[in-house]
Write a protein that binds this ligand. Structure first.
Ligand SMILES: C[S@@+](CC[C@H](N)C(=O)[O-])C[C@H]1O[C@@H](n2cnc3c(N)ncnc32)[C@H](O)[C@@H]1O
Length: 498
């Protein structure tokens, strides 16, 4: 491959920093970039995916669900399995920060700079549908991509916000077990992947971004529980945005300490020797991780894990009592799985939850929203994860899993509902194999004809007319309405195969 045109000032700076290692660093820009994907374990296991795909996968040493694939080895971004959300295409070193955050089921997690959602979906997979993940990004356009990726991945317990973190500090003070700050940065680790980044880079960018990063770190710190862990990461090499950021933070926040990064294959320690004597706790930045493109198969990253010392207060885990959340409707009559069986009489009341319960009874085998709180915003119904604080005054894009909308007391299921379901949770399913041309025709939005027996029902006696969950190799990709052996396509226009 041809080397990207690296800015002269960048080369000089890196040569000064890396000294003897610089020639190996520079040579890495002449090598092929690395392609990666992460299996979405919300949908299937790594073994199941390996059994399904023809991609040749090599493990990423630091991510159990991460794999390298070869460019030209099919196009994973244009495959029916991609539309089923079976994997997320992610640069391998970008998988490191979420691994370092060590998220466990049941935790409350914040992804502060989340769009387009690579790390949000990675963290959500670690939660396995338990606890909750708040995904925030300040840019309205980028939030749209974040929502799409969360929905494609079938995440049920995410809340998506579009806020300046300053507005989150009050609502979420001391609330989260884990926080990821994947900070906006000068992007020096992107030069091989996106040449244009090298063209626009300026020598004063590290200082400019450092100012933003300092604020983000401080804001995140206030939202972390005692005993909680946060990871700060960038895809850049400059010490100003990395070791100096962490050292300054430690000097100002004595309650935080660096949790030393594990020694995964090729990970290098932070470089306190680049800081001089300016910071009292600079030496602790050796515990951060540097992923260098000349030392491992990845484009480059920095990540530091910071533990807030102290035991979490016993009250911190308490869930608010039902109805305790100002700005929300009073808690509805509990729905849960039972809601699927008991449909209120048609036309009895205008509560959107009743239309949802009717839909669940007629179209689903089980109502899959579990302990979530059903929340209505206008005609839209969401399943919000339990235990959220009031979100008044905060721009909430998704208060939870978007289930669908109600017009004239009729519930229309969302695409997000289809993507978050498992095939066995629908009463009617139609499955195509990924090789069946009808899989792509469905993804293009075409109406399809079914052969006898192709419509599967969860039990005998389910009417052949109604919503069917269309699956590829057994994994949902969207809705269709079945009538007289025809599949009327409900795949949303913005998602279609082009
Ligand atoms: C490195 S990207 C995040 C990538 C993302 N974590 C992923 O893995 O897909 C940084 C993000 O920070 C967002 N951002 C910039 N300033 C921000 C701020 N003050 N608060 C929250 N997000 C911000 C940008 O819009 C951008 O999407």
């Amino acid at each position: 491959m041809t080397e990207p045109m690296l800015p002269e000032a960048f080369k000089q700076k890196m040569e000064g920093l890396l000294e003897a290692e610089y020639s190996a660093f520079l040579a890495s820009y002449g090598e092929e970039r690395h392609y990666g994907l992460r299996v979405n374990t919300l949908k299937l296991s790594v073994e199941q995916f390996r059994g399904l795909t023809r991609l040749e996968l090599e493990p990423v040493p630091w991510a159990a669900t991460g794999f390298y694939y070869r460019e030209g080895d099919g196009r994973p971004g244009k495959h029916p399995h991609y539309h089923a959300g079976l994997y997320y295409i992610q640069e391998p070193s970008a998988m490191a920060p979420a691994e370092l955050l060590d998220v466990r089921p049941g935790e409350r997690v914040l992804d502060l700079c989340a769009a387009p959602g690579g790390k949000t979906t990675q963290l959500a997979a670690k939660l396995q549908g338990t606890g909750l993940i708040v995904a925030n990004d300040v840019h309205p356009d980028r939030v749209k991509a974040l929502v799409k990726n969360i929905e494609l991945s079938g995440v049920r317990n995410a809340v998506v916000l579009n806020e300046d973190p300053a507005k989150l500090e009050g609502a979420f003070a001391g609330y989260f077990d884990k926080i990821l700050i994947d900070a906006p940065c000068s992007g020096e680790g992107m030069f091989r992947k996106e040449e244009d980044m090298a063209k626009v880079w300026r020598p004063d960018w590290p200082e400019k971004y450092a100012e933003m990063q300092r604020t983000l770190l401080k804001q995140a710190a206030g939202m972390l529980k005692l005993g909680g862990l946060m990871v700060y990461s960038t895809c850049t090499f400059s010490p100003e945005e990395n070791e100096a950021m962490i050292a300054a933070f430690l000097d100002e926040h004595p309650a935080f300490a660096v949790e030393p990064a594990p020694a995964f294959g090729g990970w290098a320690p932070g470089r306190p020797d680049w800081l001089g004597t300016r910071y009292a706790r600079g030496a602790e930045t050796a515990g951060a991780a540097r992923l260098w493109p000349h030392r491992l198969a990845g484009e480059g990253h920095f990540a530091a894990a910071l533990r807030r010392r102290g035991e979490p207060a016993p009250m911190a885990a308490a869930e608010p009592a039902p109805g305790d959340r100002p700005g929300r409707p009073a808690k509805p009559a509990r729905r849960g799985a039972a809601g699927a069986g008991r449909a209120p009489a048609r036309g009895a009341a205008a509560d959107p939850r009743e239309a949802l319960a009717r839909f669940a009874a007629e179209q689903l085998a089980t109502a899959p929203y579990g302990a979530a709180e059903l929340e209505c915003r206008g005609e839209h119904v969401y399943a919000a994860p339990a235990g959220l604080p009031p979100l008044d005054g905060i721009r909430v894009i998704r208060p939870g899993w978007y289930l669908g909308s109600v017009t004239k007391q009729r519930f229309t299921p969302s695409h997000a509902l289809a993507m978050g379901l498992r095939a066995e949770e629908a009463l009617r399913t139609v499955t195509f194999t990924a090789d069946d041309p009808r899989a792509v025709r469905y993804l293009k939005g075409e109406t399809l004809e079914l052969a006898p027996g192709e419509l599967r029902t969860a039990t005998d006696g389910v009417p052949a007319k109604g919503y069917a969950l269309v699956c590829i190799d057994g994994y949902p990709v969207g809705w269709a309405k079945v009538q007289d052996g025809m599949l009327k396509n409900e795949y949303p226009p913005g998602w279609r195969w082009t």
